[in-house]
Design a protein around this ligand. Structure first.
Ligand code: IVH
Length: 669
């Protein structure tokens, strides 16, 4: 079959199914079927790279990392909005409109939830997404095209391709569930948490490496077109309908209001409704529906006259710090948690708030017994804004991070300059238990039958002390335990057996090495392919891996050089645990893991051909004679590179030997 046509067909099919899944929430095919279509597309694109188009779903994976964001200037600036804080402000807004327009007939409005995310602009040319940018200062934003392409709900291609240039605006955000899952996994990796979904969305979009953005649960709602009249639409309502037809996600809570009273009523409805939405909103945007009126009204310096944002009042309340608990995390990090007198903050009972760390407590000068101002940041995590010093009583005691671990009494450590206090006792039971829970959890090896409760039980029973113990559990160990029967024991054993050959990256994440999250783990898997190799890599060698930072490099080396860890690895091995590199295709390639360089004049190949051959066979090209280089291919009249490579004891082959090797005529060793 004509590959170009098949690709076109696959792009259409995948776009359609992705829209049904992400936007309409009404999939027609199973995940497996979707995957098969996607794999077919990838296979064809791999074979015919020149057929890859900007609107191919393969582009959602992320592509290459940038050094920095470039700037995007826009002809029509993205404006901001004036705020209204009560009914009177809305009546005043309407009065201003009428006076400005010198009309009596009151307009109708569109009321839209005000999403608490990041405004972005998407540019489509002939129906294909060609650019995406942040709002920036309104006129100049940053080009985040690659990052935005990874957001599944953003169409890469429109239904209508005859519009020429279309500039569409909307909000990228993270819903509550996605935000909580992301923070949970960051807590487990010992990475700093995002304060609220807005920051998480912003942090995810502003990643230079779009592959990281691709892993973040970002969503999108569209709300405007830069030059709406060009779409032929006469009202905001029509534009929203038009955008929905183009398969953009349009917020279903947008309503048409025939007058300002309905707008006010809708604001009340939305104030009640907001807690039931699965994402955060911080108010409601009211827009004059009619574009002819909008155009006449125009804009002041930064905000249009035809729209206004009604903001929800911040949800704050006062309470009292009753005591402070200190939690020991998996990495030994101590987190102080304030236990509060239960208080209603905007409809939610709050009785705990994180105090983050010792520095934060000092900064806010918090005492036990203090009356404190509580706020639900964004809307989810309660936090203490400040103490109310006038209400402090003599009995109030300053909060102090203890000297010893509350779980194992080992002296705690706080590194110079760092904010986090840690328990560094590797035998600390709290840390061990948390490591076990993480190892088995979804973020780790995802072992069937070993949820948090079961792990806690087996730990308390003394059946599992360290991670490898999980693989040595037997039928007899389990049956007879409280709550366990034949079936659950069987399920667990099947689960642990299946988990014995995890993908290497997953295994590394499950071990919970500090600074080794998913992205780093995959980089390590790709670069080293085996656990054994990884254990003997030096810090300097790690630093030569592009994308691996100093903190991660040191952390991995420290981890594997710890005798206790080495013993644990032995134990894993004895239990039959064999992490495997999943990119097996790459592994089988002749030059995978090899870094080559050419020098001198090649007789049979051009440089471009030679480099292409290396890449096709899974190898990399070195930038010079570096430590990373594994082999130098020499043509005629080689220069100083040859000497340098000889000096470093690198492997050296001729052009002919290189070709033989690729033809399988000699072994690469
Ligand atoms: S309209 C000129 N509609 O609010 C019109 N904005 O201060 C301005 N926002 O940065 C944008 N939801 O991020 C509009 N339904 C909505 C919105 C919305 C959220 C944000 C947007 C913008 C800010 C305006």
């Amino acid at each position: 079959m004509d590959m170009e046509r098949r690709l076109e067909e696959l792009r259409h099919l995948l776009a359609e199914h992705s829209h049904r899944y992400y936007v309409l929430d009404d999939p027609l095919i199973s995940d497996g079927e979707y995957d098969r279509l996607f794999q077919e597309l990838l296979a064809i694109e791999k074979e015919y790279p020149h057929l890859v188009t900007a609107d191919s779903p393969s582009q959602r994976g992320g592509g290459v990392a940038l050094d920095k964001f470039s700037q995007v200037e826009r002809r029509i600036p993205m404006l901001s909005l004036e705020n209204a804080f009560g009914d009177q402000d809305l009546f005043d807004f309407e009065d201003r409109l009428l006076r400005f327009l010198r009309i009596d007939k009151k307009p109708d409005y569109i009321a839209e939830p005000k999403l608490d995310g990041l405004a972005v602009e998407l540019v489509y040319e002939d129906g294909v997404l060609v650019q995406g940018s942040t709002r920036g200062d309104g006129s100049v934003g940053e080009d985040i095209s690659a990052q935005l392409r990874t957001v599944s709900a953003i169409p890469l291609r429109l239904k209508r391709v005859d519009i020429g240039r279309l500039e569409v605006r909307g909000e990228v955000f993270m819903d509550r569930e996605g935000f909580e899952a992301l923070n949970r996994s960051r807590a487990e990796q010992g990475e700093p948490l995002f304060a609220n979904p807005r920051n998480a969305a912003a942090g995810s979009l502003r990643q230079l490496d779009p592959k990281i953005t691709a892993r973040r649960p970002l969503r999108f709602f569209v709300y405007a077109v830069a030059r709406p009249v060009e779409t032929g639409c006469k009202t905001q309502q029509e534009v929203l309908d038009f955008l929905a037809k183009q398969e953009f996600p349009v917020n279903p809570e947008i309503v048409h209001c025939s007058d300002i009273h309905r707008v006010i009523q809708r604001f009340r409805e939305l104030s009640d409704l907001r807690h039931d939405l699965d994402y955060e909103i911080d108010g409601m945007v009211v827009k004059v529906n009619d574009f002819a009126l909008q155009e006449r009204l125009g804009a002041k310096a930064r905000a249009p006259r035809w729209a206004i944002a009604c903001k929800f009042p911040a949800v704050q309340a006062t309470s009292k710090i009753l005591e402070v608990n200190f939690q020991v995390g998996r990495t030994g990090a101590i987190t102080p948690v304030a236990i509060l007198e239960p208080v209603d903050v905007g409809g939610v009972m709050v009785s705990r708030a994180t105090l983050h760390n010792g520095d934060e407590i000092l900064r806010k000068d918090l005492h036990i017994g203090d009356t404190v101002l509580i706020q639900r940041a964004g809307d989810v995590i309660p936090e203490i804004v400040k103490a109310v010093p006038e209400k402090r009583q003599d009995s109030a005691v300053p909060i102090r991070i203890p000297d010893d671990c509350p779980e194992c009494s080992h002296p705690l450590q706080k590194p110079e300059g760092g904010a986090v206090t840690r328990c560094v006792n590797p035998h600390c039971p709290a840390q061990r238990l948390r490591s076990l829970v993480h190892f088995c959890s979804k973020a780790g090896l995802d072992i069937d039958g070993l949820g948090k409760k079961s792990v806690e039980q087996l730990f308390t029973e003394g059946l599992i002390q360290d991670l490898p113990d999980i693989f040595n559990l037997s039928h007899e160990d389990l049956v007879g335990l409280d709550g366990w029967g034949e079936k659950s024991a069987e399920k667990l054993l099947l689960g642990t057996t299946a988990a014995k050959t995890p993908p290497l990256a997953r295994f590394l994440v499950a071990l919970g090495i500090r600074y080794v999250g998913e992205v780093t783990a995959e980089l390590l898997e790709r670069s080293y392919q085996s656990l054994e190799k990884l254990q003997s890599v030096t810090r300097e060698e790690f630093l030569e891996v592009e994308g691996l930072g100093e903190q991660a490099a040191s952390s991995i080396v420290d981890y594997f050089s710890d005798p206790a860890v080495q013993e644990m690895m032995e134990k894993f091995n004895r239990a039959g645990v064999r992490p495997r590199a999943t990119s097996e295709k790459e592994e089988k390639l002749l030059l995978s893991g090899e870094v080559l360089l050419f020098t001198g004049t090649l007789k049979k190949l051009s440089r471009t051909e030679a480099k292409k051959l290396v890449k096709e066979n899974g190898g990399q090209i070195a930038s010079g004679i570096t430590r990373k280089l594994t082999c130098l291919v020499v043509g005629e009249k080689p220069g100083s590179k040859l000497k340098k490579a000889q000096h470093l004891g690198k492997k050296i082959v001729t052009e002919d030997e290189f070709l033989k090797l690729l033809n399988g005529e000699s072994d690469y060793s």
